[in-house]
Design a protein around this ligand. Structure first.
Ligand code: S3P
Length: 428
C-alpha cells in the first residue's frame, strides 16, 4: 500500500523510542561511573551518529537486539579522537557533544553533512568560549566544522540567553559539569528539559524551574539503567493521521508526555481533536502515557511565540491538521524553523502548495487556509531530505485520491525507522 492509498487507520501500537532522550541517555551514560543498560533506544540515523561519535571517543558500546549497553567512563574519561568526528545530519549530536568535549583537555573536530555544516553553531561556540574553552568554526565561528581545544576546568557563569533552545542549554549544562562554580541559564521561553531530568536521574546537583536552570560541577554521575519512552513527536504523525482520516481509532502505548513537549496535544484538542490521555506514570524521571485518538472534525487555531519551543518539531505535522480544519490557522514566532534540517517554513509552503493547499509563508510563521472536505492533488513532492517534512507529506497524501510521490523517503529513518511499516500495520 502506498501512503496515498491509506484512508483509515485502526489499532493498538507502540512507536520507537524518543530521539531527544535517546541522545541524552547515550551521552550521559558515557560520562557515568559504570555500565548502563538502555531499553528502547532509538536506533535511527541521528541517534546512531551519537553512538558512533562516542565510540570514537573510546566508549565501549554493545548492542543486543533492542538493548544497548554503554560502559560509562566517568566525567573526564573520554579519549582524544584520532579522526574527525562525523555527526552526519544530527544537530543534537554536534551541539550536545560539543559541550562535553569543551570540558575534556584534548582537541577534537566535529563535522556533518551539508545541512549540518550550514546550520547555526555560533549559538554554542559563544557560550563555550565564554566558559574558557577554545572553540572555532567556519565562517567566523558560526558554522561547522567546529574545532574544539577543550579545557579540563571551565568557568561556571550566568547566561541570559536570547534564544530558547534545548540544544544550546544542554550543551552548556554538559560543559558545566567541568566548570568551577555554579552555572545558571535563563531562556526567554521554556525549552525541553530532558537533559535536566536525566542529569537529575544520574544524581547530578541540578535544579530547574521553567525558564531557569542551575547546575553545580560534578565529580561523578551515578550509573543507572534507563528505559526510554516512545517519542511523542513521532506519535504525532500517527495521531494527526487518525484525526484527519475517517473511521479511525488508534491507541498508542508508552509515549513520553513531558510537559515541555506536550503542548501540541493541547493545540490539537483546542482544534477539536478527540484525544484521550490514559494511564499516566513516571519512568526514569520522565512522564509516560497511553494516547487514544479518533477521527475528528478540526477547527483552526492561532499559535503564538510563547509555546513555540514546546511544539517546534511538530509544526510541519500541525500544518497538515490545519489543512483539514475549516478556516485559517495562523502560526507566528516560529522563525527558528528556518534553522532546522531544512528551512521548514519554506519547505511546508512550497511542497504543501503543490497539493493545491492555500498556504502563505510569513517571515516567522505560516497562514494556512484549511477545509474539512480537503482533497489534495497528486504529483511529486520534495522532502528536502528532511524527515519531518517527508512524514508530514506522507500523512497529507492520505487525503489524496491521486498518486503522490515523496522524494528521498529514506530520510524518515532519521527519527522514525519503520514509519511505513507502522502505518501499514494499522491501515485499512
Ligand atoms: C532538540 C531540541 C530542538 C529540536 C530538535 C531536538 C533536542 O532544537 O528542534 O529536534 O533534542 O534538544 P533546539 O533546541 O535547537 O530548538
Amino acid at each position: 500500500m502506498d501512503f496515498h492509498d491509506i484512508k483509515s487507520i485502526k489499532g493498538d501500537i507502540n512507536i520507537p523510542g524518543d530521539k531527544s532522550i535517546s541522545h541524552r541517555s547515550a551521552i550521559i551514560s558515557a560520562l557515568a561511573d559504570g555500565p548502563v543498560n538502555i531499553e528502547n533506544y532509538l536506533f535511527s540515523r541521528d541517534c546512531i551518529s551519537t553512538l558512533d561519535v562516542l565510540k570514537e571517543l573510546g566508549v565501549k558500546i554493545t548492542e543486543d537486539g533492542k538493548k544497548l549497553s554503554i560502559n560509562g567512563r566517568g566525567i573526564s574519561g573520554l579519549n582524544e579522537p584520532s579522526k574527525i568526528l562525523e555527526v552526519d545530519n544530527s544537530g543534537t549530536t554536534i551541539r550536545l557533544l560539543s559541550g562535553v568535549l569543551a570540558g575534556n583537555g584534548f582537541m577534537s573536530v566535529l563535522s556533518g553533512d551539508n545541512s549540518i555544516n550550514n546550520r547555526p553553531m555560533g549559538r554554542i561556540i559563544e557560550p563555550l568560549t565564554a566558559m574558557g574553552a577554545c572553540v572555532y568554526g567556519r565562517q567566523n565561528n558560526t558554522k561547522a566544522p567546529i574545532i574544539i581545544f577543550g579545557k579540563k576546568v571551565l568557568t561556571g557563569r550566568k547566561f541570559d540567553l536570547d534564544l530558547s533552545s534545548a540544544q544550546v542549554k544542554s550543551c552548556i549544562l554538559l560543559a558545566a559539569l567541568h566548570a568551577k562554580g555554579v552555572t545558571e541559564i535563563n531562556q526567554p521561553e521554556i525549552s525541553r528539559d530532558h537533559s535536566e531530568r536525566m542529569l537529575e536521574y544520574f544524581d547530578a546537583d541540578i535544579s530547574y524551574n521553567g525558564k531557569n536552570t542551575k547546575i553545580n560541577p560534578e565529580s561523578k554521575l551515578k550509573a543507572k539503567d534507563i528505559r526510554i519512552p516512545g517519542d511523542l513527536s513521532s506519535a504525532l504523525f500517527i495521531i494527526v493521521a487518525a484525526l484527519i482520516l475517517k473511521n479511525s481509532n488508534v491507541l498508542i502505548r508508552d509515549v513520553g508526555i513531558n510537559p515541555t513537549r506536550s503542548h501540541v496535544l493541547d493545540v490539537l484538542k483546542e482544534m477539536g481533536g478527540r484525544i484521550n490521555i490514559k494511564n499516566k506514570r513516571m519512568i526514569c524521571n520522565e512522564p509516560v502515557t497511553d494516547i487514544e485518538v479518533s477521527s475528528s472534525n478540526l477547527m483552526p487555531v492561532k499559535i503564538g511565540i510563547d509555546k513555540i519551543p514546546n511544539i517546534i518539531d511538530e509544526i510541519p505535522i500541525l500544518a497538515v491538521a490545519a489543512a483539514k480544519a475549516d478556516g485559517t490557522t495562523i502560526i507566528k514566532g516560529a522563525g527558528e524553523l528556518r534553522n532546522k534540517e531544512s528551512d521548514r517554513l519554506k519547505a511546508i509552503r512550497k511542497q504543501f502548495s503543490k497539493t493545491g493547499l492555500n498556504i502563505k509563508e510569513l517571515k516567522d510563521g505560516l497562514e494556512i487556509k484549511g477545509d474539512n472536505d480537503l482533497k489534495v492533488k497528486g504529483g511529486t513532492m520534495e522532502s528536502m531530505g528532511d524527515h519531518r517534512i517527508a512524514m508530514s507529506l506522507a500523512v497529507l497524501s492520505m487525503l489524496s485520491e491521486e498518486k503522490l510521490i515523496i522524494s528521498n523517503p529514506e530520510c524518515m529513518d532519521t527519527s522514525f525507522p519503520g514509519f511505513k511499516d507502522t502505518i501499514d500495520s494499522i491501515a485499512n
